[in-house]
Design a protein around this ligand. Structure first.
Ligand code: DGJ
Length: 700
């Protein structure tokens, strides 16, 4: 047996009888803990009405080996070679990776599978499939699978739509397949950022949890399967459209990877494994520089670009302490509304007669960087690009795909279209001092064909190439991935982008759920979290500034609000909030995310604890009317039980509205042990709905 181990989990492979199988994926089993008798102890007999020989699991789930559940690979050569039978021919491994070569001589296919486990417990599975035959091999599907232990009883995944991303749904695992498919050609608002399997009562801090996510930004499928034999497994992969992938003779195809993790200590354990792993990347944004406080002008001006208004916003931004200002949609050729312009990435002289030099200088002299919006994978019929090259759209036959937001998808798998976008964006970035771009993607891909063949896969790879090339040409360039808010947030894009626009919904109450679950695998410092206007543009609701400010603090903080309309009092709060963000961002962007299972489901309690447990910042956010007169006590986990902590209310975010006479008695500061904070807790004020408090805990 071959074991890969991390600090928190392990995966154990078996390589007998020319098969690669996974014997265990879950709890950490150290050297020597799997005795030689485990095989005998777990081998099954032959059951009635089943194969005459016992069958063993194999990573290649194939009919030819007696597996009758959902397969790993499906494909054919013009109707032939439709059933595969891969055999393990070689493997090499280290303590954290295993590479296996499997070959099917009859189907003339070979597969190189690589399993890599990070020290913090994230498993990546890569696969390369080679066609050694002399005809094209049509790959219909490839799903990476991992076994689930028998005690996994529930599945949790995430669903959503525009402005309502990542809402959890939890159900019992039942016989058959539980499947989530995404066919938008981009990741989707509805993408299940991870599919979780868990023990019955698993919560944030306890129970066993297994997760799997497709690390790719195109179409995807996630499954959990329980077969009639009682076997359970979790699988995921890219979803291919008919005929999309045809591997030519002698060529190889790289299958989109998946990333998986296991936690013995609840859902937060999965987050910690991903956050720690991602933060160790040298290109992780906080390893380069602290995340600047950002103002995006979209909700302040929409398409109404005017340099005087932008300067007025900059003046207030400078007073507050904003460090980056992003000019959103509306700056380029013909783009006075959403009906024209996409495809022509040249500054429109009617709105910016002297380009951006003057406004950038205006900002820079006030200590603010400049960022700019693009939507380079799109084109509109009313654009110079479309007039010159109507053939450069993803389409099928002579149909024009359905329009969404009056736009079509530019076929950047076409070298001419790719070079056009790269050239124009590169020119803008070379002409002005711009080190940050927000890259949008506001429509679903339908009928997404290139010269008669489905092209979502290649379009996705072209986007990655485009981002990488722009970064190569402009060292230090940061890219924010936005797709009508959070429709392109995934573990594939995370290697090409530096920030995600979490949602178009800036209503802080709505954002609570969206941010909680997007940060399941994405570290919060990569999630744009902005203070929206008093009256939310998406929900039309009015929300206290303190609630909005606390909500926006737990991420890459920013503002999305016409701050020229703020009152003097609001500006004072924004100023102290900005200073607080700058003071606490090192903690917020490096600590362990902790979500507490709070007894009243009408409120959230969550925070960030420094890895050395020296400091923590927690938010208590009352969503709906408190269920009782006195809210349950706040019991904090993740602290050092034997240390003393000074606990105080942070007032820099403004005051909440409460439903009580008088106030709590610990706000100015009390000293409590980590043990008391965990087992006894702190009495919170009874807050009115959509109000919150921020609590600082500092080790004495
Ligand atoms: C959708 C984005 O999510 C918004 O933030 C904004 O950039 C608009 N597109 C601009 O058209």
């Amino acid at each position: 047996m071959i074991a890969l181990r991390s600090a928190h989990n392990s995966i154990v492979f078996n390589t007998i009888n020319n098969k690669l199988s996974i014997f265990h994926w879950g709890a950490l089993l150290n050297e020597g803990e799997l005795g030689s008798d485990v095989i005998a102890a777990t081998t099954r007999a032959v059951s009635h009405s089943h194969w005459d020989q016992p069958t063993t699991a194999d990573v290649m789930r194939e009919h030819s080996k007696g597996f009758i559940g959902h397969p790993t690979l499906e494909g054919h050569r013009n109707g032939q070679a439709w059933s595969t039978h891969f055999e393990l021919v070689s493997e090499t491994h280290t303590t954290n990776s295993l590479q296996a070569t499997l070959v099917d001589d009859h189907a003339k296919l070979s597969l190189v599978l690589t399993y890599t486990l990070t020290p913090d417990g994230v498993l990546t599975i890569n696969a390369d499939l080679t066609n050694s035959g002399d005809t094209g091999y049509v790959l219909n599907q490839y799903v990476h699978w991992l076994p689930l232990a028998d005690q996994a009883a529930q599945v949790m995944d995430f669903t959503g739509r525009w402005s309502h991303e990542r809402h959890p749904q939890r159900r019992d695992i039942s016989y058959g397949l539980t499947t989530r498919e995404e066919r938008e050609g981009r990741t989707s608002h509805d993408y299940t950022i991870a599919q979780l399997a868990m023990t019955k009562n698993a919560n944030f801090s306890s129970g066993e949890v297994w997760s799997m996510s497709v690390a790719f930004s195109g179409n995807s499928v996630h499954h959990v399967e329980k077969t009639q034999f009682g076997d359970q497994s979790i699988g995921a992969g890219e979803l291919f459209l008919p005929g999309e992938i045809i591997i030519k003779p002698g060529e190889s195809f790289t299958i989109a990877p998946v990333q998986a993790s296991y936690s013995a200590c609840g859902i937060d354990g999965i987050s910690q494994n991903f956050h720690s792993t991602l933060r160790k990347r040298t290109h992780h944004p906080t390893n380069i520089r602290p995340r600047p406080l950002t103002l995006n002008v979209w909700e302040a001006v929409y398409f109404d670009h005017n340099s005087e208004k932008i300067k007025a916003l900059a003046d207030v931004a400078a007073e507050i302490g904003v460090e980056r200002m992003v000019l959103d949609d509306g700056w380029f050729h013909l783009r006075r509304n959403d009906r024209a312009g996409l495809g022509d990435w040249v500054v429109d002289p009617t709105v910016w007669p002297n380009g951006f030099t003057e406004i950038i200088e205006y900002l820079n002299t006030r200590g603010i960087e400049f960022g700019l919006w693009f939507e380079g994978e799109m084109v509109q019929i009313d654009s110079d690009l479309y007039r010159a090259h109507p053939e450069w759209i993803l389409h099928e036959g002579d149909r024009i795909p359905a329009l969404q937001r009056n736009q079509l998808v530019l076929d950047i798998t076409h070298p001419g279209a790719f070079d056009h976008v790269l050239g124009q964006v590169d020119h803008v970035l070379s002409s002005f001092n711009i080190s940050y771009i927000k890259w949008d993607h506001n429509r679903i891909l339908n009928d997404a064909g290139h010269l008669g063949q489905a092209a979502v896969h290649n379009q996705t790879l072209a986007t990655y190439r485009l981002f990488d090339e722009l970064k190569r040409r402009h060292p230090g360039l940061e890219i924010e991935s936005c797709a009508s808010g959070g429709a392109r947030i995934d573990l594939g894009m995370i290697e090409h982008a530096d920030r995600f626009w979490t949602s178009d919904n800036n209503d802080a109450l709505e954002r609570q759920t969206i941010q909680r679950w997007t940060s399941l695998v994405i570290p919060p410092e990569m999630l744009g979290t902005h203070i929206g206007p008093t009256r939310g543009h998406q929900t039309g609701k009015t929300t206290e500034l303190s609630f909005r400010a606390i909500n926006a603090l737990f991420g890459h903080a920013g503002i999305e609000w016409d701050i020229t309309e703020t009152t003097a009092h609001e500006r004072e709060i924004l100023k102290s909030w900005a200073a607080l963000y700058k003071e606490k961002r090192a903690l917020l962007h490096s600590g362990r995310s902790v979500r507490i299972d709070y007894p009243d489901s009408h409120a959230f309690l969550y925070g960030v604890v420094a890895h050395d447990k020296s400091e923590a910042l927690f938010a208590f956010m009352q969503h709906l009317m408190p269920s009782s007169n006195f809210s349950p006590k706040l019991r904090f986990t993740g602290l050092d039980a034997s240390s003393q902590y000074r606990v105080r209310l942070i007032t820099e975010v403004g005051a909440p509205r409460t439903l009580q006479v008088g106030n709590i008695t610990w706000g100015e500061g009390v000293v409590l042990s980590g043990a008391a904070l965990e087992s006894v807790g702190l009495q919170p004020p009874t807050l009115a709905p959509e109000n919150g408090i921020l609590i600082s805990l500092i080790k004495q």
